[in-house]
Design a protein around this ligand. Structure first.
Ligand SMILES: C[S@@+](CC[C@H](N)C(=O)[O-])C[C@H]1O[C@@H](n2cnc3c(N)ncnc32)[C@H](O)[C@@H]1O
Length: 516
């Protein structure tokens, strides 16, 4: 026990939190545990497909099979999860009190997001130890009062749904499954889930939410020092969705262990608002406290100056921890209120999302980049998103493969890699972004090495070699960024592509007789 890596502490500000019990190094495992309970998140388009209640594979509901007992959509009547108590095995009895199936308004009728709260409730009987641990979790009920969005949504979609359709109909049988099943208790479970549940992205595309007794104690920081992964294909089926929390940057004894509850590529205002709305606290971490966000200028705006006096200063929040802060210019006296900034940035965000969602082509993205660049610092997170997409279009077709475009791509890759390294030095959250950037940098360098010089002569070996040395370093970085993503489908797919590129690079060097 002496060598145990972590220690739980309590403070007024944080509640329970975890610190390092000794100096920890990248790669050290601080927590590995099985989930207390897990359940499906609703599918993004439940009218098209729903998760099977036994294994969460998307099933097409209008033609698909149903559970023979409760009528909920399943992948097949033989799905092993249908009888497994961790999956559908126990809840099926409760869901069977409403045996009729429907084909209309299916997403209102089969609410998959209500299954996890139901599974939590059922722990009272199926596993009292786990139930006890679940009740120790923070629910923030003091903030989730009637009239708040969190309370009202939980009430409509989960509590009322479960109470009216199932629990109230169980009558005498209720105690057999769950000694206590009030609306208040269900609301508390919803609070516990919203505060503590982690998202698991499954290989088939569906998402689960899961609760972990120890991992849930890890506090948030916008500069996290751990990364977690979920075991999706265990040797022992009881280890399904076991979480492993690994250190990604050195942590000294007594330093706080942290993970990130928000989005690493959102600016400070957006992250803090999200954390306040969903987790009920105001983040004061090192990144949030620094107006430049660790020197990245991820939220900075350009100053347009006063009416007739242009200005090339930049606007940053005077006090990023104050929601009423002004944004002051670094050169002139112009100030903008935080609410104005939020309005402009959120409108721009909608524009970026629209273009990205419709799969905008390079011209659309370049136009948007050009327009938003008039108002935003080149490192602004909206521009980062546009550039990250553009980088993946440049070099993909002949019209976008000129030397000028490849140079532009190389420059953009290097700039975004630098920002990403500062924001997430341990690849805790942005490993896929970093890996894509490094891989694209490698491709642009290799393509450039194959292009003739401006005078039409082929490149000499002396000209090719430095480009390939950089390309080799980039591809090795691309691989190393993904070293902890082998359980993630997107990480696995990207790894395959990158390994192929690495082989191609080796073959090319061999053909040219170049030793790197
Ligand atoms: C998943 S729980 C963490 C465990 C919790 N502290 C407890 O005692 O059960 C998340 C909650 O912890 C608190 N918390 C986590 N990180 C925090 C931070 N950086 N600053 C303030 N509160 C934080 C917030 O109340 C948040 O809603």
């Amino acid at each position: 026990m002496e060598d145990f890596p972590i220690q739980v502490r309590t403070s007024e500000d944080l509640g329970r939190y975890i610190v390092a019990a000794r100096d920890l190094s990248p790669g050290d495992v601080v927590i590995s545990e099985r989930p207390l309970v897990f359940g499906p998140k609703a599918m993004p388009d439940p009218e098209a497909s729903m998760p099977c209640v036994g294994c969460y594979k998307p099933v097409f509901t209008d033609i698909g099979e149903r559970c023979s007992k409760c009528g909920w959509p399943v992948c097949s009547g033989n799905c092993p999860g249908l009888t497994d108590p961790r999956h559908h095995g126990v809840e099926c009895d409760i869901l069977s009190v409403r045996p009729e199936c429907v084909l209309d308004n299916m997403s209102d009728y089969y609410r998959h997001d209500a299954l996890l709260p139901l599974r939590c409730l059922l722990l009272q009987k199926t596993d009292p130890e786990k139930w006890k641990k679940l009740l120790e979790m923070q629910s923030h009920m003091e903030s989730r009062t009637p009239g708040t969005q969190a309370y009202d949504e939980a009430d409509e979609f989960i509590v009322e749904y479960l109470m009216n359709n199932f629990i109230s109909k169980l009558e005498g049988d209720l105690k057999k499954y769950t000694p206590e099943a009030s609306s208040e208790l269900l609301h508390r479970i919803c609070g516990i889930m919203d505060t503590n549940a982690l998202e698991i992205r499954l290989q088939e595309g569906a998402e689960l939410l899961a609760l972990y007794a120890n991992t849930c104690l890890i506090e948030h920081s916008c500069l996290p020092n751990t990364k977690h992964t979920f075991l999706q294909s265990p040797k022992d089926r009881n280890d399904l969705y076991t979480i492993t929390v690994k250190v990604v940057i050195p942590i000294a004894k007594d330093e706080h262990i942290a993970t990130m509850y928000s989005h690493a590529l959102w600016g400070t205002q957006a992250r803090r608002q999200h954390l306040k709305d969903t987790k009920y606290f105001s983040c004061k971490c090192q990144r949030c406290s620094d107006p430049t966000e660790l020197g990245t200028y991820l939220s900075a705006m350009k100053c347009l100056g006063e009416e007739k006096t242009p200005c090339d200063g930049i606007h940053l929040p005077e006090d990023p921890l104050n929601e009423e802060t002004d944004w002051a210019c670094s050169k002139c006296s112009v100030k903008i209120s935080n609410s104005q900034v939020n309005m402009i940035i959120s409108q721009m965000g909608d524009e970026v999302d629209n273009v990205l969602m419709m799969g905008g082509n390079a011209i659309m993205l370049e136009n948007l980049l050009c327009r938003l660049s008039m108002f935003l610092h080149p490192n602004h997170y909206h521009l980062y998103s546009i550039k990250h997409s553009l980088i993946q279009l440049y070099g993909r077709q002949p019209a976008l493969s000129s030397v000028e475009i490849l140079d532009r791509k190389i420059k953009m890759c290097k700039e975004l890699i630098a920002i990403t390294k500062i924001l997430d030095p341990g690849n805790a959250r942005l490993s896929l972004y970093s890996s894509v950037l490094q891989h694209e940098l490698h491709s642009a360098l290799v393509m450039k090495s194959k292009k003739a010089n401006p005078d039409g002569t082929p490149k000499s070996l002396e000209e090719i070699k430095p480009l390939l040395i950089q390309a080799k370093a980039a591809i090795e970085d691309a691989i190393s960024c993904l070293k902890d993503d082998d359980e993630e489908t997107s990480g696995q797919k990207l790894s395959v592509v990158i390994e192929e590129s690495k082989k191609d690079l080796e073959k090319y060097c061999k053909e040219k007789n170049i030793v790197l």
